[in-house]
Design a protein around this ligand. Structure first.
Ligand code: NAD
Length: 308
């Protein structure tokens, strides 16, 4: 029987599929030292985004045939090195695109209608004063999508329903491959055009700090940035400066460069002091529907990978 290590939680539907043909060990709190100790016993391991699989772990994993990631981004796994060692790496592209795109709009709407600050004011001070919280409509605004893959394209579809103009930057797609109403442009053009910028690229050497202060300076005054992709794509220090000096009206993030934040209470992340900075703890794919979907798919892929 194959031995599968779940280094992170998986929905029951996926566990049941694996358990039919594998001995499944749940070690959801395992850290790198723990993984290094046990990984040589396993044929397959499942990890989520905060459990990296690097060269050191792969070198210890003498029996490992399969690494599974029940989501999209693979930046935490050394995929190239795994492949060199004949280890198959599986993810679930597009399995959570609706959930992530929907959370993108949750952030955009919360920022443009100042929901967090207004709600806090009512709850903490009993202050019922609409004059403090004038918002903006999305209708007629331009959304700039950086990375028009599965999630970026779904964001574009939703934007259409809000009667927004859609512009995009993605050096790996052509205008012909996109729906006619998405206008592909350079990054500089996008910064100059968009009222709201939303990031949907993988974290790579090329996309690290793609949005820096120099880039933010090129944006419209009072623009919004939303980052649902990976921490590190948006320079957090730059976002802080731009929110503090009013260049940006709001920033929403589902991800952080240093994730989870290392200290509790979190004092060193200056962004957290600002009401026009929204943060969710990597909830993009965290819906019942997406988690059941990706659990089933990743379990099936891992089983196939083990057998072939
Ligand atoms: P995808 O591969 O379908 O799309 C990524 C797009 O980014 C592609 O079109 C690619 O050409 C483009 N791209 C790559 N490098 C680029 C660059 N330098 N500049 C501009 N565009 C570039 O992936 P997806 O399913 O749409 O997911 C996108 C990212 O979202 C994932 O890599 C992952 O990091 C992140 N994600 C986050 C969550 C979450 O919970 N917050 C969930 C799923 C995915």
């Amino acid at each position: 029987m194959y031995k599968v290590l779940l280094a992170d939680p998986l929905e029951e539907v996926g566990i049941k599929i694996l358990e039919k043909e594998c001995e499944v060990t749940k070690a959801f709190d395992i850290d790198k030292a723990g993984l290094l100790k046990v990984i040589e016993d396993y044929d397959a391991v499942l990890v989520r985004v905060n459990t990296p699989i690097d060269k050191e772990i792969i070198d210890k994993a003498k029996k490992l045939k399969v690494i599974g990631m029940p989501g999209a981004g693979l930046n935490h796994i050394d995929v190239e090195y795994a492949k060199k060692k004949n280890i198959k790496v599986y993810n679930v592209p597009g399995g959570n695109m609706d959930s992530v795109a929907e959370l993108t709009f949750a952030h955009i709407l919360a920022l443009s209608r100042r929901i967090y600050a207004a709600s806090k004011k009512v709850k903490e001070e009993g202050c019922w004063n609409k004059y403090l919280f004038m918002g903006n409509e999305l209708s007629g605004k331009t959304i700039g999508i950086i990375g028009v893959g599965k999630i970026g394209l779904r964001v574009a579809e939703i934007a259409r329903a809000f009667k927004m103009q859609v512009v995009a930057y993605d050096p790996y797609v052509t205008q012909d491959a996109l729906p006619a109403d998405i206008r592909l442009m350079t990054l500089d053009e996008l910064f100059a055009t968009a009222d709201i910028i939303t990031i949907h690229v993988p974290l790579t050497k090329e996309t690290y700090h793609l949005i820096s202060y120099d880039q933010i300076k090129k944006m419209k005054d009072g623009a919004y940035i939303v980052n649902m992709s990976r921490g590190g794509v948006l320079d957090e220090e730059a976002a802080y400066e731009a929110l503090k000096n009013g260049k940006l009206a709001g920033v929403g993030c589902d991800v952080l460069e240093d994730e989870p934040p290392p200290e509790k209470p979190v004092k060193h992340i200056k962004l957290f002091d600002l009401d026009n900075f929204l943060i969710t703890p990597h909830l993009g794919a965290w819906t019942v529907e997406a988690q059941n979907r990706v659990a089933e798919i990743i379990a099936q892929k891992m089983l196939e990978g083990l057998k072939n």
